[in-house]
Every structure is written in structure tokens, then in C-alpha cells.
Design a binder for this molecule. Structure first.
Ligand SMILES: NC(=O)c1ccc[n+]([C@@H]2O[C@H](COP(=O)([O-])OP(=O)(O)OC[C@H]3O[C@@H](n4cnc5c(N)ncnc54)[C@H](OP(=O)(O)O)[C@@H]3O)[C@@H](O)[C@H]2O)c1
Length: 175
């Protein structure tokens, strides 16, 4: 099973504009379409409660959304079995679970805390990063501030529009 971390960021590595969780106000239409396509092609989509809470995903029959929280009991009324789960399983437990059930890939859609947990534990195979030609200065980065040392190798880079939105795919290199 391939584990893919997907983000849209600015040239200065920001995944929010000044901390506002609304992404679609600044990301390109190209990225939004791309993200929707990838999302529709992947059954298992993992996110942290910090990403879920501002814009809760609606359960549907195509996806299994997994929301990581240390307080799953607080979300009982929102859960939809087989479509939307709230869990305090660790990143390793989740990867093990979905590898066992035969999933082809698992999409980790953020945010920064969740991305950092998976990267720290060596559980990400690829980073799919859209880079918008913008600089916000202030806002969250796609990893939280902690010491990491992760090598990546560029697999592909596509220019998506005239302004120069870049869609990149990197492979994580394990030592
Ligand atoms: N530009 C992009 O592509 C993009 C993508 C995604 C998100 N974002 C932005 O990123 C922001 C959210 O990021 P974030 O870092 O604040 O939050 P996050 O990573 O989405 O979620 C963090 C929360 O997940 C829970 N958690 C963390 N580690 C866990 C673990 N190992 N097991 C179980 N639960 C765990 C904790 O919540 P509990 O308190 O519930 O335990 C924690 O507060 C939002 O503003 C969103 O808009 C941007």
C-alpha cells in the first residue's frame, strides 16, 4: 500500500493564509480540481481533527474518512460506519490496518500535526505538493516546528497554469 501526503502550499511553505483554515480562497482552480480528482480516486482519506473541524467532510459511499483525534468519544454522533470514523489509533496502527485490508493507497490530507506524526514515524511514501506562486509570511507550515531530517527525491513536476502553479510529486527516501 502506498501512503501519500498531499498539500497545497505557498512558495514560503505556508498551508494557511495567516492561520485562516479556508484554503480555496487562495489555492488555484487547477489545484482544487486536482485535489478533488485525487480525493475521488482514493477510498481511505486520513485527516486530523484540526483539519476536520473547520470544514467537516460529509460521509459518502466512495470514501472512508478517518479523523484522528485523541477524543473519539466526543464525535460519536457524527460517525458513519464504513464512511466516517473518528479514532485515536496511531499512524502506525492505521497504516497496518489498511495494508492488511488490501487498500492500494492511503491519502493523508493534513494538517501539519498529522503530517509530522506520519513523517516522523517514517510512514509516508510520497509527498504530492502543489506550490502556489504566493508568499504569505504568516500561517501554518505543512509540518510543525520540530527537528526532522527527511530526504526526498523529485518524481515529477508539472506547470499547471500561466501563473506557474507547480504540481510536484516527491518520493520519501528512507535511510
Ligand atoms: N493547505 C493544505 O493543503 C491544508 C491541508 C490540510 C489542512 N490545512 C490546514 O491546517 C490546519 C489544521 O492543521 P493542524 O496541524 O492544526 O491540525 P491537524 O493536524 O489537522 O489535527 C491535529 C489534531 O489531531 C489530533 N491528533 C494529533 N495527533 C494525533 C494522533 N497521533 N492520534 C490521534 N489524534 C491526533 C489532535 O486533536 P484532538 O484534540 O482532537 O485530540 C490534534 O490537535 C487547518 O487550518 C487547515 O486548514 C491545510
Amino acid at each position: 500500500m502506498k501512503t501519500i501526503l498531499i498539500f497545497v502550499s505557498t512558495l514560503d511553505g505556508k498551508i494557511t493564509k495567516w492561520g485562516d483554515p479556508e484554503i480555496r480562497s487562495w489555492s488555484s482552480k487547477n489545484d482544487q480540481d486536482y485535489f478533488d480528482t485525487v480525493w475521488n480516486e482514493t477510498r481511505v482519506v486520513i485527516m486530523g481533527s484540526g483539519t476536520y473541524n473547520p470544514y467537516p467532510v460529509k460521509p459518502n459511499s466512495k470514501n472512508l474518512f478517518i479523523v484522528m483525534t485523541r477524543h473519539p468519544e466526543e464525535y460519536k454522533s457524527k460517525a458513519a460506519p464504513g464512511q466516517l470514523e473518528f479514532t485515536n489509533e496511531s499512524p502506525l496502527q492505521l497504516v497496518t490496518r489498511f495494508a492488511k485490508t488490501g487498500e492500494e493507497k492511503m491519502l493523508i490530507v493534513g494538517g501539519a500535526q498529522i503530517a509530522t506524526s506520519f513523517l516522523r514515524d517514517g510512514l509516508i511514501d510520497e509527498l504530492w505538493l502543489t506550490i502556489e506562486p504566493k508568499i504569505f509570511g504568516k500561517g501554518a507550515n505543512f509540518v510543525i516546528e520540530e527537528k526532522l531530517d527527511i530526504g526526498l527525491e523529485l518524481l515529477s513536476c508539472t506547470r499547471a497554469n500561466n501563473q506557474g502553479t507547480l504540481m510536484t510529486k516527491y518520493k520519501v527516501i528512507r535511510a
